[in-house]
Ligand binder design. Structure first.
Ligand code: ATP
Ligand code: MG
Length: 398
């Protein structure tokens, strides 16, 4: 922790609060990350000042989260979230507390947090406040619920995803009761909104251990979206984890692996249920369509696919194909793209305007461009203007 200190603007917020007699602490993910020696992505502060009091102290604030006690302080082109100590009321839908109450003491605020590692507070000038043994758990690489796991997951089912996601991201293991609680309470995840589940799954897919998704499925957290199978599919499913750490190939790889094992009806079905964006849905569906056929053999085959599906989708399918079926599609595709050979009417040495000058219009013009493209895909060396214009003449005359 010694070598990571909060930036000046964060210290300024802490000190401004303290100077007015309020308590102010860094809390949550930023403290955990500092202990781990990782630079925090964002800095959260908790305080006993009420939201109106926080607003009065800083000239520029946003109040979108004020219902939950959070005031966003805008300072030197940064945003710092300042949240009043609170406890959460009862949880109606396994996700949202019906009401929050502001409290005067830090320990109550820390007690509502999800895991011991996220329930540590650090004052600007003093010792950490760690009532649940978070420091020790971080040192041992353990994710442990604050309090009784079953109850904490009943309150908010998203915490089960968070536990698995953090374990993948940090390489931590789940404390035994926390793990057992996830398996016991997994069915509550069905009530979560698809968007929240989608965001958690995507974050899992983008860690260095995307195989955590297999545990997530096995535990039953994704039963609303994925059919669990009793037979041992894990060793095959896990292959998609060899894909580059990017959202599109990892979603496509996951879809292809799940479809292959009949765990989803179709990629489209799965991804639309999770409210993925249209582009990802289309690209993954196209990738899976491509993967159902034998891989292209010749450069011409690749060019036909590139023309039909576009570079992004074909590249994605090639990556998934290599990962799932140990092929060498990416090398072949790279060679085709590197050759600079034409696979789209946009790359033809003649343009639509050239053909208009030659008197072609409408449907006829479209068909001619398509004919030229076919020809050039077969004879790439002939993608030359004069030659193609001659060819158009010849075809017109015949
Ligand atoms: P990340 O680095 O992914 O942002 P984080 O721990 O900062 O990790 P946030 O979602 O930003 O996660 O939440 C900030 C803090 O709020 C957490 O560290 C935790 O103390 C608390 N928190 C967030 N979500 C929950 C939840 N669902 N239940 C209980 N406490 C939560
Ligand atoms: Mg955070």
């Amino acid at each position: 922790m010694a070598n990571i200190t909060p930036p000046k603007y964060v210290k300024q917020v802490l000190i401004t609060l303290q100077a007015r007699g309020y308590h102010a602490y860094l809390v949550g993910g930023c403290v955990r990350d500092m202990i781990l020696g990782v630079h925090p992505q964002d800095w959260d502060i908790c305080t006993d000042a009420l939201p109106e009091q926080v607003r009065d102290l800083f000239p520029r604030t946003l109040t979108v989260g004020v219902r939950h006690g959070t005031v966003t302080v805008l300072i030197h082109s940064h945003a710092v979230e300042v949240t009043t100590f609170r406890t959460d009321g009862s949880y109606a839908d396994h996700r949202h507390p019906e009401a929050v109450s502001f409290v005067g003491d830090l320990t109550s605020d820390l007690a509502r947090r999800d895991f011991t590692m996220n329930a540590i507070a650090l004052p600007p000038d003093g010792l950490v406040v760690d009532p649940f043994g978070g420091m020790e758990d971080i040192r041992s690489g353990i994710i442990r619920c604050v309090g009784e796991p079953d109850r904490r997951f009943e309150e908010d089912a998203l915490r089960m995803f968070r536990a698995l996601r953090f374990s993948a991201r940090l390489g931590f293991s789940l404390e035994e009761e926390t793990r057992a609680g996830i398996y016991r309470k997994a069915s509550l995840a069905a009530a979560l909104s698809p968007e929240r589940v989608r965001d958690e799954v995507e974050k899992m897919l983008l860690t260095n251990r995307p195989e955590i998704i297999l545990t997530t499925i096995e535990a039953g957290l994704l039963d609303r979206y994925i059919l669990r199978r009793e037979d041992d599919t894990a060793s095959e499913l896990i292959r998609f984890t060899a894909l580059p750490k990017k959202a599109l190939p990892r979603w496509a790889g996951l879809c292809a692996a799940l479809e292959r094992h009949a765990m989803i009806r179709s990629p489209q079905d799965f991804l639309s249920a999770l409210h993925l964006d249209g582009r990802t849905q289309r690209c993954c569906a196209d990738c899976c369509t491509l993967l159902r056929d034998a891989p292209p053999k010749t450069p011409k085959d690749w060019k036909v696919l590139l023309n039909r599906y576009g570079v992004d989708t074909v590249s994605c399918a090639a990556q998934v194909s290599d990962a799932l079926y140990t092929r060498h599609c990416r090398d072949q595709l790279r060679a085709v793209l590197k050759s600079g050979e034409c696979f789209s009417v946009r790359h033809l040495a003649v343009t639509g305007d050239d053909l208009v000058e030659l008197g072609l219009r409408g449907k006829e013009l479209g068909e001619m461009l398509q004919f030229l493209l076919e020809y050039v895909m077969d004879y790439p060396e002939n993608n030359r203007r004069e030659l193609l214009l001659q060819l158009v003449h010849g075809t017109e005359e015949s």
